[in-house]
Write a protein that binds this ligand. Structure first.
Ligand code: NAD
Ligand code: UD1
Length: 338
């Protein structure tokens, strides 16, 4: 079992991954600047795993603090979730995105090099495929970026590839997540975006809870079966388990690896609304509005490589994703009667 540093460990995917990794016996240290998360999430994490997880409040651009954390906890491997993730915001604030994401990754690599820690899992995204040239998306599909967020992910992936080429001790996996949704079964941790949600699932949840009046569906004239956008939604606990499998894989393999974490199933916006209504027993009123700039018609994974290399496949279904999102929202006490 390994001693792991999880950057961004108080955030949505990082906290679920911390639970999975801790439950299977890894020793986890969390590192986060709490810019998009809270101490409450940390307390809930401790409650789920039944022990205290050491936490360091810090920015990943603080190389000294990272290096001393790696040394004092004798860290074997790092899982790097920390970063900014909003596509729209990245267009308005590109400097913040390159500073947090690209500069943050450089700082982490410097700290790892100093302490001779050479195993790294990086949170990448299906956004690195740009506008799909064919579907499903496999890892050999050409990469490109259409916004600063996506470009920051691509630049980090390329940097990591160079790092792995420079020294055979490096073991690096770039996990390209599709659309993580859902929450841990305890309903103690989940996705809680601040302000009006940009993404579909948190928005649907708020409409079902009566906090938003109507879901705006961004276009119903795409070349898809029902005209609405198609994505590969994947349960966040499956994504978390993908990290455990990737860590195991890296214990046996060196080099740089890009691996999709998706289900392989494309679901339309209308299918998501329908599934959510069934899982929650609530109505989700919607209206169709214009397409959102930058959206693609369809995006879903070819999950073959993760199955072959990691022996990992998404196990949870759409009902699990919707029901756990709804349970988490209800547990936060925000759902109003309908
Ligand atoms: P999140 O915002 O919930 O978690 C990110 C965490 O990183 C937060 O707790 C935040 O406080 C912390 N953080 C941000 N900048 C930091 C910095 N400079 N130093 C230290 N901590 C910092 O986001 P998430 O949804 O859990 O995403 C985790 C990672 O996965 C991100 O890198 C994101 O780009 C990537 N990703 C997410 C999705 C998704 O749909 N959620 C999809 C693809 C990729
Ligand atoms: C978006 C990002 C992507 C990022 C991902 C997870 C864009 C262009 N892409 O992906 O880079 O990795 O989030 O953070 O922002 N939809 C509606 N109404 C809404 C919200 C969404 O109809 O209120 C539709 C969208 O048009 C899309 C689908 O729902 O067809 C999913 O949208 P979303 O959850 O934002 O995810 P992506 O666009 O796939």
């Amino acid at each position: 079992m390994s001693r792991l540093l999880i950057t961004g460990g108080a955030g949505y995917i990082g906290s679920h991954s911390a639970v999975v990794l801790s439950k299977i016996g890894h020793q986890v240290v969390l590192y986060d600047n709490l810019s998009n998360s809270s101490r409450a999430a940390l307390e809930n994490l401790d409650q789920i795993v039944g022990q205290h997880m050491p936490f360091v409040k810090g920015d990943v651009r603080n190389t000294e603090l990272l290096a001393s954390t790696l040394a004092s906890h004798s860290i074997d491997a790092v899982i790097h979730f920390a970063g900014l993730k909003s596509v729209g915001e990245s267009t308005d604030k590109p400097i913040d995105y390159y500073a947090n994401n690209v500069q943050g990754a450089i700082s982490l690599l410097q700290a790892m090099q100093m302490q001779r820690v050479t195993t790294l899992i990086f949170s990448s995204s299906a956004t690195v495929y740009g506008n799909p040239q064919y579907l499903p998306l496999d890892e050999t599909h050409p990469t490109s970026a259409t916004n600063p967020y996506g470009r920051s992910k691509l630049q980090i992936e390329e940097m990591l590839r160079d790092v792995a080429k420079s020294d055979p001790n490096w073991r690096i996996a770039c996990l390209r997540y599709f659309n993580p949704v859902g929450a841990h079964e305890s309903s103690l941790i989940g996705e809680s975006p601040t302000g009006i949600p940009n993404n579909l699932m948190p928005y649907i949840v708020q409409v079902a809870a009566g906090q938003q009046a109507t879901l705006s569906i961004f276009g119903d004239d795409y070349p898809t079966p029902d005209g609405t956008g198609v994505r590969d939604y994947i349960h966040v606990m499956d994504v978390a388990e993908g990290h455990a499998a990737a860590l195991d894989f890296l214990s046996k393999t060196n080099g740089w690896h890009a691996i999709n974490l998706g289900t392989g199933n494309g679901r339309s916006v209308l299918e998501m609304v329908d599934a959510f209504e069934k899982a929650s027993g609530r109505k989700v009123p919607y209206r169709v509005v214009a397409r959102r700039v930058g959206d693609v018609a369809e995006c879903y994974a070819n999950p073959h490589k993760s199955d072959q290399l990691l022996g990992w496949k998404a196990a949870r279904n759409l009902d699990d994703m919707c029901a756990s999102s709804w349970q988490f929202h209800k547990a936060t006490g925000l759902a109003v009667s309908q």
